[in-house]
Design a protein around this ligand. Sequence first.
Ligand code: CP
Length: 309
Amino acid sequence: MEHLSVDHLVGVRDLVRQDIELIFQTADSFKEVINRPIKKVPSLRDMTIANLFFENSTRTRLSFELAEKRLSADVVNFSASSSSVKKGETLIDTVNNILSMKVDMVVMRHPNPGTAKFLSERTKTCVINAGDGTHEHPTQGLLDAFSIREKLGSVEGKKVVIIGDILHSRVALSNIYTLQKLGAEIMVCGPTTLIPKYIDTLGIKVEHNLRRALEWCDVANMLRIQLERQDIQYFPSLREYSMQYGLNKEILDSLSKEIVVMHPGPINRGVEITSDVADSKQSIILQQVENGVAVRMAVIYLLAAKIGR
Ligand code: CP
């Protein structure tokens, strides 16, 4: 069996192209499994996985839980809002207490960038980052690229534009690392105030005009405006943002080619994307969600192999 080059999934930045290709090949098999009448394999029936969510989530949390259950792992779920973290317990103490209960792997979402790496270096468990603040959301980057590969046959050479709030987005960074390693051409598009200054170091294109970005691309990945991470005003109003950077059917239909539309969710209908675009045949938003389970099964399965399961 081929193995990943990493012992944890903290970020796509740490992966090599062969890791991503191995995850995709493994996810292909699991996608076939989850579309069978019996959607389960016994691969990880001797494993226990804890999902530690210190921040809200719908898709990622359910997707990880389903992926773990489809692999026959035992699953425990932890929500910060109802835990002893509220009583002042440190993250390390919380996790070490959970690990004492013979947990083999930890999936963690946390509002602070770097928390997954911190945990992976200070505890004796395998850590999967389910989103750490504005840093990375590696399984989202992987499932997005997997969905492009499924839709267009490959990622190599495809032109992908990521549109919107790049500054506060962990999805953007994980998408950029994944797509770059697979040989795609990448552009980010949004108002200057929502494009981070470090973008020049990543070797990708920057465009501030939505129409030009859409004319250039094969795939447009629309991001949500992350108002919960914005402590100052980055644009005059949501209405103005939507007029400049929102994707609607009129602009989509006026392009010289048919592009693929993506969104990691949750969607703000009428802000970054209108309902008729989100629900159109060009949108692969729900395929992304379906693929998330297969990709997460692959990541868990391959990391479990590294700890001898
Ligand atoms: N895409 C994503 O991370 O969604 P959730 O915040 O609902 O998990």
